[in-house]
Design a binder for this molecule. Structure first.
Ligand SMILES: [Zn+2]
Length: 390
């Protein structure tokens, strides 16, 4: 009986001691955790501000979180990216450099920080520093990404030799096909050589362009341009007409020039027959213009323009009909007024539009000034395109 009583006393005592011990323990740990708990809270607050597009408050919260827990690598990245997005490149660079200066940084995080730093430099327009930073990533997990950015840098700095080498390396890495782009780089290089009077090098670059992309239109147009400058009109004509064999829809870009060459060579009838046939096969307003330029007979010109309008009901075609009226059909003053009306309606419809970004331009571009894409412009003006789409 005595034993039982003793036991009844000891049990609550042990329980109380245990409880006390656990309280003391928890308080100790709690103190250590308090600081760390602030970090995630500030982190979530920052995220919340970000989602509400309150970037200033988000940055304050992230800085607070970083002060509470300087080891958090992800916070550095979040903050650095925020700075970069706001255009505060100096601060972004400082955050990422701070991260890179840490000796204990694991390899994966170091490479990621290096990439972020390269992106900061790139966005800030410090292309030489960006190039160095990206070059350092060539053997990292971000090699392909770095190489793509290096390619962009060589395009911006118009270093076409480097662009060609980097595009070829990207192709070796099986990140896609770059042959058409490489052909465009060779064309840029050829134009550079030609402008500097290095004709042999220009010719070699042009050959390389055609080797990279045998269906290329631009090398054929460049070759024609240079041949014409040298007075070799026959070669110029042959080069332009060869576009018909590779990408007939691009004849539109060369049609008027072809008509002028035929005229200069005294081959009007031969040229007319060729152009009329192409106009039938791949109708385009530029081919109509070429025929109208070459045809000496006003009645025949009027018929041709009217025939085109019947099958292509565009303002461009209507304009040609008004410009080439059948003899005696319209009073000249009325014809002028009608042309004016059509010109007004056409004003914004005569441009070329990038298929990738929608950038519009009066002149045809091989390299879009808007999105930096290559060969993104269809060889048809807006007015003609809307006709094809309908
Ligand atoms: Zn574009």
């Amino acid at each position: 009986m005595e034993f039982d009583l003793w036991w009844l006393l000891v049990l609550p005592l042990m329980f109380a001691l245990g409880w006390l011990a656990s309280r003391v323990d928890l308080r100790q740990v709690g103190k250590e955790r308090a600081l760390r708990r602030d970090a995630p809270q500030a982190y979530y607050r920052g995220l919340n501000h970000l989602l509400n597009e309150q970037q200033d408050k988000a940055i304050d919260a992230f800085i607070e979180a970083m002060t509470a827990d300087p080891d958090t690598v992800d916070l550095h990245f979040a903050l650095g990216n925020l700075f970069r997005r706001r255009g505060e490149y100096e601060r972004a660079v400082r955050v990422h450099q701070n991260l890179l200066s840490r000796a204990d940084l694991p390899r994966e995080a170091r490479e990621r920080a290096q990439l972020a730093l390269a992106q900061d430099f790139f966005k800030a327009g410090l292309l030489d520093r960006a190039e160095t930073a990206y070059e350092d990533l060539r053997r990292s997990a971000y090699a392909s990404q770095a190489l793509t950015s290096l390619l962009q840098i060589s395009e911006r700095t118009q270093d076409w030799h480097k662009a060609i080498a980097r595009a070829a390396e990207l192709e070796l890495r099986a990140t896609g096909t770059y042959q058409r782009q490489i052909a465009q780089y060779w064309c840029e290089l050829a134009a550079q050589h030609q402008a500097a009077g290095r004709e042999a090098e220009a010719q070699q670059a042009l050959d390389a362009a055609l080797q990279a992309s045998p269906q290329g239109v631009r090398p054929r147009m460049l070759r024609a341009q240079w041949a014409q400058q040298r007075g070799d009109l026959a070669l110029a004509l042959q080069s332009l007409e060869s576009i018909d064999l590779v990408q007939p829809e691009f004849l539109a870009l060369a049609a008027v020039q072809i008509a002028q060459l035929r005229q200069q060579l005294g081959q009007v009838q031969e040229g007319l027959a060729w152009l009329r046939q192409r106009l039938e096969q791949t109708p385009a307003i530029d081919l109509l213009d070429a025929v109208l330029l070459l045809d000496p007979d006003p009645a025949s010109r009027a018929r041709c323009a009217q025939g085109y309008l019947q099958s292509h009901r565009s303002l461009l075609a209507l304009k040609r009909v008004l410009e080439h009226p059948a003899p005696g059909a319209v009073v000249p003053e009325v014809a002028t007024a009608m042309q004016g009306a059509v010109d007004n309606a056409l004003r914004s419809r005569q441009r070329y539009r990038c298929a990738a970004c929608g950038f519009e331009a009066r002149q045809y571009f091989w390299h879009c000034p808007g999105c930096q894409g290559w060969e993104t412009y269809p060889p048809r003006r807006l007015e003609e395109l809307s006709l094809l789409g309908s």
